[in-house]
Design a protein around this ligand. Structure first.
Ligand SMILES: Nc1ncnc2c1ncn2[C@@H]1O[C@H](COP(=O)(O)OP(=O)(O)OP(=O)(O)O)[C@@H](O)[C@H]1O
Length: 255
């Protein structure tokens, strides 16, 4: 589904991704771990097409299409979703209105009929049950005044409504209390399917007890330097990233 080859990317004139190679098949969950500043968020931003990130070499194909040639909204319509590390507040824009506009823009781009208010409300009610999010949040402006945890849950709720093919979760677990972490993990697990893939960026092995990944990768200095199964996360927790440099196998490739 997603094939990243020798990706190099630069932000503000600084090389951040330096030859990243990773393959994600449909239905797989890949966890990305790694030291601060390694380029994990940059990878998510490059895949989503965020402004200011310049790809200087390499390729990314998504379902056989050159993802890097698409505009951000075309990537979203193709099924790429990025849950931000720091979700943005959009004052004055109602959360439900925003979500409906986003979903309908994507449906229109895919040639699917748009949902009217009743159809959308039905969908939202279904998703609210799965995600166990308070409907009070829906009536407020997007993320405005939301607590850190509420913002993260709202990101996952957006994902549930938009039903992407590839969901990139950038430290969605940070700032969540124990119960919210479990709820977010349950929400993600409810969305796992043979057609949907996840890239889960996290610093904490704990999250991976709940969202059990098929693969764990270590991203360091702009590349994947080690790949393994979920036991790799336990080794990292026990020994830290220095252990990878000393004992890890140079991986280069992903799955
Ligand atoms: N907009 C920007 N302007 C300047 N430098 C940037 C920008 N975005 C990212 N960087 C730099 O790129 C490097 C990689 O950042 P990135 O956020 O991708 O790391 P990360 O692996 O997600 O780190 P963390 O675990 O701390 O979230 C850092 O040195 C960061 O300062």
């Amino acid at each position: 589904m997603l094939k990243i080859e020798n990706l190099h990317a630069r932000v503000e004139g600084k090389d951040i991704l330096k030859g990243l190679t990773l393959a994600v098949n449909a239905g797989e969950v890949h966890a990305i771990m790694g030291p601060n500043g390694a380029g994990k968020s940059t990878l998510g931003n490059v895949l989503a097409g965020r402004e200011g990130y310049e790809v200087t070499a390499g390729s990314v194909t998504f379902d056989g299409v050159d993802l890097l040639a698409l505009e951000p909204e075309e990537r979203a319509a193709a099924g790429v979703f990025l849950a931000f590390q720091y979700p943005v507040e959009i004052p004055g824009v109602n959360n439900t209105y925003f979500l409906r506009a986003a979903l309908n823009a994507q449906r229109k781009a895919r040639g699917e009929p748009e949902l009217d208010s009743m159809q959308f409300l039905k969908l939202v009610r279904e998703k609210l049950k799965v995600m166990r999010i308070s409907d009070e949040l829906l009536h407020r402006a997007v993320n405005e005044g939301f607590s850190g945890g509420e913002k993260k849950r709202n990101e996952i709720f957006q994902m549930a409504v938009l039903e992407p093919k590839l969901a990139i979760l950038d430290e969605t677990d940070s700032g969540l209390d124990i119960d919210a972490l479990k709820q977010v993990a349950e929400g993600v697990n409810a969305l796992r399917s043979p057609e949907r893939s996840f890239l889960v960026v996290t610093h904490y092995q704990r999250l991976l007890d709940y969202i059990v990944p098929d693969f764990v990768h270590v991203l360091a200095d702009g590349r994947i330097v080690e790949s393994g199964d979920k036991s790799l996360a336990l080794k990292l927790e026990a020994h830290g990233y220095a252990w990878v440099a000393e004992h890890g196998e140079p991986a280069g490739a992903g799955a």
